[in-house]
Unconditional design. Structure first.
Lengths: 389, 108
């Protein structure tokens, strides 16, 4: 296999702001904490940074992407050789774009970041969001009072439950696992223990998904520095290498037009990811699988090849395989269900923490060296395999 | 009920667009369909996302008999949500909102 260009990129620094429900701080303030944290972590000066990328996700909700690449550039007085912040980007686009930028020589050190103020924004949401007309793809959903990803993913789950006999008790294990790991993670938004009984008796959002099947809108920011491997030889921290990265777009653009209504684009991302590396699912030491809803990691497990089609719910049953000491530790800082929703970039951050072996109480044992991160769930899906040499 | 149809290759297009993604023909026209459909999946929604509808209500994806590749996200109305199942047979009814007629579905 030829050497893939993404192998010339490394994650050289990581940073996280305060995370919480309603911090009453601006998105830019939070982004600055994360970005300056990542620079300090990498041992870089701001004059070293010559690229910036962020991503918004194509379904932009209030507070989902309040800080642009331009905002950050202005605040830090950066001089950029390259930047990217496309409005129709997906959760992993910033990392994918930054990787290509350093691999192609457009930049040496790229800051990628994602700031969110979705918890604060939610306060105004109900009042402000009553539009008399919608356009774009939401015009096929909002008039039927189905404006939320919870509805779309609930319908995929309904179909999956019917086809494969999955149960709410199985799905619960993803949420319970996340909460157990969040309890060991100081920054996580929700750390109080969650029991199966609380899960099963919690309020229903959109059947079969209950409150604890849905991720948590937060205020916070995460940042990383993506550097060319040649520019990162004297880091103060272990470089995290990008072994393989993929973000294809093959299928239709909405959930309801997918060829198979009980799955999503994850299989396309998986096929492309594994085609770019000699590593295989059995080589993965820790997995951070996108959990905007508890149902999504179940499908990701299947699509990524950790189990067969229809076997994902059984894979997570009892929670033992996906626990910190299990065969495939999953969402080790609590994931978006309990740590909070940083739209996928938080999962990449946590993969770096685990590969550096600095997870503290939540550290996966036996010095993990290969981490899989997936982002998305629905028409868009992307994945990255990270390694520590 | 009409769905956009390609006169070039016979494909049905939904949501409608200016060109057939199959054969690139722009010779497209709405064609009438029966309005009969099958419930492919559904959810009973309990969360108030938007002001208006009484809770809970049923959101469903249906496939149209005349063009099964076309799915519509819609509401199933005039039914007990607890009775809805995948595979249910339904037909379209229209609900007028100013100059827009929303295609909703009822059990046959």
């Amino acid at each position: 296999m030829p050497v893939m260009p993404e192998r010339s990129a490394v994650i050289s620094g990581i940073g996280l702001s305060a995370i919480g429900r309603r911090l009453d701080r601006s998105g830019l303030n939070l982004a600055l904490d994360a970005v300056l944290g990542a620079l300090a972590d990498a041992g870089l000066e701001r004059s070293d940074i010559d690229g910036v990328a962020t991503g918004s996700g194509y379904a932009v909700a209030p507070g989902a992407s309040p800080v642009s690449t331009m905002d950050l550039k202005e605040a830090l007085g950066l001089e950029l050789n390259w930047y990217s912040g496309a409005s129709d980007s997906t959760q992993m686009s910033a990392l994918i774009s930054a990787t290509m930028a350093v691999a192609s020589g457009q930049a040496r050190h790229v800051v990628i970041f994602r700031a969110v103020t979705e918890a604060s924004a939610r306060r105004q949401c109900v009042e402000d969001h009553v539009a008399s007309r919608v356009d774009g793809w939401l015009q096929w959903l909002a008039p039927f009072n189905a404006p939320s990803a919870a509805n779309w993913i609930a319908m995929a789950a309904t179909r999956y439950f019917r086809e494969f006999g999955a149960t709410r008790e199985q799905l619960a294990q993803v949420a319970l696992n996340g909460r157990r790991n969040a309890a060991l993670t100081a920054d996580a938004a929700y750390r109080v223990p969650l029991t199966m009984e609380e899960y099963l008796t919690s309020r229903m959002i959109s059947t079969p998904l209950c409150l604890f099947d849905c991720d948590v809108p937060i205020d916070g920011a995460v940042a990383m520095v993506v550097s060319h491997v040649d520019a990162a030889r004297d880091l103060r921290v272990p470089a995290i290498h990008i072994e393989s990265i993929a973000g294809p777009l093959y299928g239709r653009d909405t959930w309801d037009q997918q060829h198979d209504l009980s799955r999503f684009a994850g299989a396309d991302a998986a096929k492309r990811l594994w085609s770019r590396t000699d590593l295989r699912p059995k080589d993965v030491d820790v997995a951070q699988l996108y959990d905007g809803f508890s149902f999504l990691p179940v499908i990701w497990l299947e699509d990524m090849g950790f189990c067969g089609r229809g076997e994902g719910a059984a894979f997570v049953e009892h929670g033992t395989r996906i626990a910190l000491d299990g065969e495939l530790p999953l969402n080790t800082s609590g994931g978006q269900l309990s740590f909070g929703r940083l739209h996928g970039m938080g999962l990449i951050h946590e993969a770096c923490v685990q590969l550096r072996n600095v997870g503290g109480a939540r550290q996966v044992p036996d010095d993990p060296s290969v981490a899989l991160v997936t982002n998305g769930g629905g028409p868009v899906a992307s994945a990255v395999l990270l390694v520590r040499h | 009920m009409c769905i956009l149809h390609c006169n070039g290759c016979g494909e049905w297009l939904h949501p409608p667009g200016p060109v057939c993604p199959g054969c690139l023909s722009r010779d497209l026209a709405p064609r009438q369909v029966s309005g009969f459909a099958t419930v492919e999946t559904y959810t009973i929604n309990h969360q108030a996302w938007l002001a208006g509808p009484a809770m809970p209500y049923v959101i469903a994806i249906v496939s149209l008999d005349d063009c099964p590749s076309v799915r519509l996200t819609t509401n199933l109305i005039d039914c007990d949500p607890a009775d809805v199942r995948i595979g249910d047979r339904v037909r379209v009814v229209f609900e007028q909102h100013h100059d827009v007629w929303l295609p909703l579905f009822v059990h046959i």
